[in-house]
Design a protein around this ligand. Structure first.
Ligand SMILES: Cc1cc2nc3c(=O)[nH]c(=O)nc-3n(C[C@H](O)[C@H](O)[C@H](O)COP(=O)(O)O)c2cc1C
Length: 216
């Protein structure tokens, strides 16, 4: 259930080409409404579009089993934080949430190292939107190729970072330094990651095992 687009997205670049958005009216969402929906199914309803530690906490307090940190691919609100920044805020202020509920993230994930930064904070899985949308221009083959490129990047980046088992990655692998650009101008091509989050290579794996890097 998307919770980050109560109104139409203000997309200046798209507007220049006369392209609009599917949202034509405002959406009114409340925790009571969420509970009504959740009561209709035994499947967990996941909230997509969480952008603050407060909302992550509220979601947990209201019985939500999983959330997706997302700013709608930076298509809704200029200046909104990237999912990495939100993950960082949760890491700083309520890190226990990463254990109490499943936290996923999407937006601006383009390279293996983007994936590793999110996983390092405790994010369970990441999503990619446009990468697969563009890959799909080449059909199944294109999507399969995008997956294989990303898989390889995750493997080699993890190896170079000193991570032998993705399940064992933790926050110590990244130097979480803020560049004081808490948010910046975002458009639909760029919505998230800044090199200020420096990966810290740690030599904690056995050099002998090449099978170690097969994360499939
Ligand atoms: C063309 C397009 C349409 C989208 N429509 C929706 C939507 O209807 N609901 C929604 O929750 N997110 C929507 N999104 C956002 C994606 O679900 C996802 O959060 C975002 O694309 C992730 O960022 P990325 O494209 O940088 O990977 C859309 C994204 C794109 C590119």
């Amino acid at each position: 259930m998307t919770v980050d687009s109560a109104g139409d997205g203000d997309r200046h670049r798209a507007a220049r080409y006369g392209v609009g958005s599917a949202d034509s009216s405002y959406t009114y969402q409340t925790w009571d409404y969420f509970k009504q929906l959740q009561n209709l199914t035994s499947l967990p309803i996941i909230l997509k579009g969480i952008m603050t530690v407060e909302d992550a906490q509220l979601a947990y307090d209201n019985g939500v089993k999983a959330i997706i940190l997302s700013n709608h691919g930076a298509r809704q609100l200029d200046g909104a934080p990237s999912s990495l920044e939100t993950a960082l805020e949760i890491h700083a202020e309520a890190p226990e949430l990463f254990k109490q509920m499943e936290i996923y993230a999407d937006g601006g994930v383009r390279y293996g190292s983007d994936v590793l930064k999110l996983l390092a904070l405790g994010v369970k899985a990441v999503g990619l939107g446009r990468s697969f949308m563009y890959a799909n221009c080449y059909g199944t083959e294109g999507v399969a190729k995008a997956i294989s490129i990303l898989k390889r990047e995750i493997s080699i980046d993890a190896a170079n970072l000193g991570v032998g088992d993705l399940k064992k990655i933790d926050p110590s692998y990244v130097k979480w330094e803020n560049n004081n650009w808490w948010s910046w101008r975002m458009d639909e091509l760029w919505c998230g990651f800044d090199s200020v989050y420096i990966l810290r290579r740690r030599v904690v794996y056995s050099l002998s095992s090449s099978a170690l890097w097969d994360f499939s």
